[in-house]
Design a protein around this ligand. Sequence first.
Ligand SMILES: NC(=O)c1ccc[n+]([C@@H]2O[C@H](COP(=O)([O-])OP(=O)(O)OC[C@H]3O[C@@H](n4cnc5c(N)ncnc54)[C@H](O)[C@@H]3O)[C@@H](O)[C@H]2O)c1
Length: 335
Amino acid sequence: MINLGIIGFGRIGKVHAESLTKYVPNAVVKAIVDPFIDEKGIKHAKNMGISCVYKDYKEILNDPEINGVLVCSSTDTHSKISIEALKAGKHVFCEKPIDHDINRIKEVLDEVKKSKLKFQVGFNRRFDHNFRTIKNTVESGKIGDPHIIKITSRDPEAPPAEYVKVSGGIFLDMSIHDFDMIRYLSGSEVEEVYALGNVLVDPKIGEAGDVDTAIITLKLANGALGVIDNSRKAVYGYDQRAEVFGSKGSIAVSNDTNSTAIISTEEGIISEKPLYFFLERYMQSFADEIKEFVTSIENDKDVPVNALDGLNSVLIGLAATKSLKEGRPVKISEI
Ligand SMILES: NC(=O)c1ccc[n+]([C@@H]2O[C@H](COP(=O)([O-])OP(=O)(O)OC[C@H]3O[C@@H](n4cnc5c(N)ncnc54)[C@H](O)[C@@H]3O)[C@@H](O)[C@H]2O)c1
C-alpha cells in the first residue's frame, strides 16, 4: 500500500483526493495540508475518510509512513515544496506548472536526479481517452508523418482578474496544457513560437496585463507545424478538440458530451453542448494520471510525464509570452 499526502486542498487537491479514494485501491491518502482550510474543507476531507488534516506541509514531510506527496497548492509554492519533499525522501506528483522561473525548475530537475525518486507533472490531458486515441494512431503510422497539429482549447468562462494577475498569464496557466499536448501528439520538440493575442472577453483581464484570446503557431523539430487557438470564454462550454494531419491522412477528436442525442425538428438539428469545464470533461484523465503515478512508485517504473516535460512546456510558454510582447516569432533557444 502506498501512503500519500496531499499538499493544497483547493479545487485540484480535492479532485485528486476523490480519484485516489474511489479508483486507486493500492494507495491511501493519509493526510492533507492546507494552511487556509476551513470547517467545510475539514468536513470534506473527513467524509472521504481522511483523518489527518494539517496546516503546515512539514507535518507530511516529517511523517516516515508517507511515501509520496501531491503538490496541489498555488503555483508559486510548487518548486519550493517539491524540492523539500524530494529532500525528505518523498516521491512527488506536482501540478502544472512546476514554476514560472526556469532556474527554479532546473533546481527541481537537479534534485530529482540526485534523489532518484519519482517526479510526475500534472499534464492530465495526456491520459484523456480522446487524446490517447490520437497519440496511439499517430504512433501506429496510420496517418503517416505528422504535418499539422491543430488544437482548439477554449474555457467556458474567464477567471477573475485577481487570478490572472498571479497566474503567469494565459500562456503559462492555460495554453501550457496545449503546449504539452503539441509535444505529446507530435513526438517532437517545439523550436519556434509566434503568438498573437487580444483582449476580447473581459477588459479587466487586459488591465491585469494579460490577453484572453490567442492564436499560437509553432514550428517543430521534425518539420511539423502546430496551431493552437485559445479563448477564455466560449459561450457554449468547454471546447477541447484536436487534429493531427499527416502524409497518409488525419485523425481528429471532438468534444465529449453528456449524450450523443441529436434532436431534429422542422426548426433545425440540435445536439448536446460540450461538457461544462475541466472538472466534468477530464475526470477520467485525472484518475488515470494518479493511478499511473502510484503504479510508477509501486513497480519502480519511469513516470509517464516527467520533470523535463514540465520544463519544456514552460519554455514554450515563456517564448509565447515574449513573442506576444515583441510582436515576432521567438525561438525556444532564446529563452
Ligand atoms: N491539471 C489541471 O488541469 C489543473 C486544474 C486546476 C488547477 N491546476 C493547478 O493546481 C494548482 C492549484 O490550483 P487550484 O485551482 O486547485 O487552486 P485553489 O486556489 O483552488 O487551491 C490551492 C490551495 O492551495 C492552498 N495553499 C496555498 N499555499 C499553500 C501551502 N504553502 N501549503 C499547502 N497549501 C497551500 C490554498 O489554501 C488553496 O486551498 C495550480 O498550480 C494550478 O495551475 C491544474
